[in-house]
Design a protein around this ligand. Structure first.
Ligand SMILES: Cc1cc2nc3c(=O)[nH]c(=O)nc-3n(C[C@H](O)[C@H](O)[C@H](O)COP(=O)(O)OP(=O)(O)OC[C@H]3O[C@@H](n4cnc5c(N)ncnc54)[C@H](O)[C@@H]3O)c2cc1C
Length: 337
């Protein structure tokens, strides 16, 4: 067995990587905080947020108001923009000196890149893309729930001997926390050494993607393969409801919606108040993306379709007559309130 960077006996506290880009915190970091606070309360652990960047003064003030006991701030000019090598080098130093027991990151492009490198550098395990986190009764070990074999099984993974216990969680899995009503967290500035030799990647230009983020939509109208030929009506319905369009992978592969609108295991985890799902079979790789919806209405011509197990209202019918009737009804009332 490879020697761990530090032992479980030395490890202390729960840490969340407060991912930021150009001074804006990633929403998934806030979502992680809510869960991490619940775990910290359960175990009596201290909850720390880790900020990494160039000039962090404004973000330190923001982070201090979050539901954290402590903020560790690591500022360095070479950390102004995320590059995996430099960030991993800096965070590795902080983790080795402060020895967190649990270290959580969002499963974003940055978070995934950083987490993988850190796990190798620290000789520890990483449970990637968790769908839930818990503490094991008795041992207090972190339990990361992940889906495997194309979503067919749920596995619970733990890391017994190596520290920190690391996990990434995708955006949308946990709800954002309510505003914290607590004393401002203590901010601790930590110096790290970031040699230029660790910054082989140079960011020469940045292009911000301007596409939609349906993970935060309140209402979704979702097209499945059974919506063939009905996209104009699905779009009219979305417009009348003030909803975003979502799609199954088959619908995306057909070119009926952009890839960023795909819902599910390899798409977006959404948590809308209302999801209207048209002609989707209900494969687990899809339903894991709408399981958090407050209400799911599903339309499918097959009364045995698995989607009905995930739906609050089940309509056994063809897509065309139902979507047309709904659009006509909504339009006669001037759209959704
Ligand atoms: C590793 C992996 C990851 C994946 N990730 C994703 C993911 O992120 N998102 C995702 O969606 N899929 C994902 N998939 C694919 C997933 O397994 C399914 O193949 C996909 O979700 C099926 O899409 P669908 O329900 O639109 O199509 P189908 O399975 O073809 O279902 C179409 C449904 O429409 C109904 N229907 C047909 N015609 C009509 C009509 N006229 N009126 C009413 N109902 C009708 C049928 O009864 C059927 O139930 C993944 C698969 C794997 C292996």
């Amino acid at each position: 067995m490879i020697d761990p960077a530090y032992s479980p006996q030395e490890a202390r506290g729960i840490w969340v990587f407060l991912e930021q880009d150009a001074g804006v915190l990633a929403p998934v970091s806030l979502e992680l905080l809510a869960k991490a606070r619940a775990l910290a309360t359960e175990s009596g652990a201290e909850l720390t947020g880790l900020l990494v960047g160039g000039d962090l003064a404004a973000l330190e003030a923001t982070a201090a108001k979050l539901d954290l006991d402590r903020v560790v701030s690591v500022a360095h000019p070479l950390l102004t923009q995320f590059t995996a090598e430099a960030y991993a080098h800096a965070v590795d130093q902080v983790i080795r000196t402060q020895k967190p027991d649990i270290f959580l990151l969002g499963a974003t492009a940055y978070g995934r890149d950083l987490a993988g490198r850190l796990a190798v550098m620290l000789r520890t395990g990483l449970t990637a893309d968790c769908t839930d986190l818990a503490l094991e009764a008795g041992t207090g070990l972190l339990l990361g729930e992940v889906s495997g074999f194309g979503g067919g099984v749920l596995a619970t993974i733990r890391c017994e001997q190596h520290r920190p216990q690391m996990a990434t969680v995708r955006p949308g899995v946990f709800p954002e926390p309510a505003a914290a009503d607590r004393a401002a967290a203590k901010v601790e500035r930590v110096n790290v050494d970031v040699p230029a030799a660790k910054c082989l990647v140079k960011v020469v230009a940045r292009h911000r993607k301007t596409g939609v983020d349906i993970s935060r939509a309140e209402r979704l109208v979702v097209a499945g393969a059974g919506a063939r030929g009905e996209m104009p009506n699905i779009e009219a319905l979305a417009q009348a409801l003030g909803a975003e369009i979502g799609a199954t992978r088959v619908a995306v592969d057909e070119g009926w919606a952009e890839r960023e609108r795909q819902i599910g295991q390899t798409g977006v985890i959404a948590r809308p108040k209302l999801a209207l799902v048209w002609g989707a079979s209900g494969a687990s790789q899809f339903t894991c993306g709408i399981d958090q919806a407050e209400m799911v209405v599903a339309v499918n011509q097959d009364p045995e379709a698995a989607i009905f197990e995930s739906a609050d209202i089940c309509i056994v019918d063809e897509v065309a007559p139902v979507v047309k009737a709904l659009v006509a009804e909504l339009q006669s009332h001037g759209g959704a309130e």
